[in-house]
Design a protein around this ligand. Sequence first.
Ligand code: FMN
Length: 527
Amino acid sequence: MVTTVLTGPDLDALSRGELLARTADELYGVLADLDRPVFVVRDVRGIGATNEPGGARRPGVQVLASAGPLPAPRLGAASFRRTHGVRLAYHAGAMAHGIASAEMVTALARTGVLASFGAAGLVAEKVDAGLSAITRDAPGRPFACNLIHSPSELAMERSTVDLCLRHGVTTLEASAFLELTPDIVRYRALGLSRNADGSPRIAHHVIAKVSRTEIAELFLAPAPEPILRGLVEAGRITAEQAALAREVPVADDITAEADSGGHTDRRPLPVLLGELIRLRDRRAPRVRIGAAGGIGTPEAAAAAFAQGADYVVTGSVNQACVESGQSAVAKELLGQAGVTDCEMAPSSDMFELGVDVQVLRRGTMFPSRARRLYDLYRRHDGIDDLPADERESLERTVFRRPLDDVWADTVDYFSRRDPDQIARAAENPKRRMALVFRWYLGLSSNWAAGGAPDRKADYQIWCGAAMGACNTWLAGTPLEPVAARTVSGVAENLMRGAAFHGRVTALRQAGVTLPAGCAAHRPELLT
Ligand code: FMN
């Protein structure tokens, strides 16, 4: 590799195309100038590159390959940017319990990037406060709110939709749906009217996040007739809105959620994305398909766009950023994670069903402790059935208090929130054991979010391998410390880097061999 360092006048000449880029750094500069084309050329001195068409046309210069301009806002579907009124085909997905905080959503909204407020698991007052803060601090800017399907608590869905309607939220990120419910359909239908040419006008957008084609099918079709009829009969939507709802799919966008942090089916992204794109092409060609799960580097985003993703979605990488609602100490742990530092662990909300969530392993003992609780739950019929030494060890290391006290707290908690849980556990020791164990699983997320110093070993932090990949990408750059990572800085760098890698790939496919030192995107601190 040539190591000449160019000085001021030569750099200007390089920019004008009078000199060719030949060193790795010069070549990087040409490749990273995304607004201008790249020409790889040969002259008497050998191979070089320039952004200047004039430089490529000089006598004695032969063009070997070229790639057009590719600014980051050109990636993905233009209709995604138009529909949501954003600059980039990028979506920062919801993170429950306000980890995708109002501050995070506001920061992205202000820079023209779509983000979802993490409403799941928050009481209505907190959702209300979050939506108020976003609409106050980013007035008129587009953003989304998460609507998580809660089969056992449909009142929560209704309350979230009501709050979104009250705050004028124009996009819902609908997740964890197993079937369509009246409230998601109501939100969609209430935003429908007719354009002058008679076509449906959609003011309430739905981004459905799915990990299976069966669920995608529900969102690719118009709303089910019985739900529409029920809503009209109940006076919740008009007959005209129901008629319009029969003409449009329930969703504008479907996100393919592959191997991600938190709840995940852990499907490989290329497989799921391919399945959903094919299904969409057959059923509802105007619906866009996005890619989520494992997007933590520009290369991963570029690969998703190359496969046909209309937009990309991030989650884990945003959790470590300054605006997220996660605690500073948990963010530090996330910033140290490698790609193999995640593990599946029993989930709190679906503990008895054996459903797992993907969490951070490094720096916390939560995954192994939660797994131990689940194994005990499977092997024993109730707390009283636990061997004495096992119970003593749990009380000492995991719960740090007698299990009878944990049960007393559990009764107190559910008596206020969902008394039926206690009634059902009264005659069922195994259910009682599940509720006691869920005390630990539930609180472990709060300990992390609150940065509880004496519970560091018990932090439950949802996280996917994208986090470790992102850390590797950012190592040795100004964005290595998590305190320097803003959500918009990460978004911008990921998208610019994806465009950069898109062009590198195009040149390689044209037969160009690029030195390694110029072919990897270099993230920058952006102001
Ligand atoms: N997705 C939701 O739809 N609702 C949630 O409440 C939610 N909570 C999450 C909490 C955390 C801490 C993380 C990391 C992800 C969560 N997700 C949730 C998923 C993200 O929105 C996003 O789809 C996913 O993280 C993308 O995959 P990645 O983690 O590999 O980037």
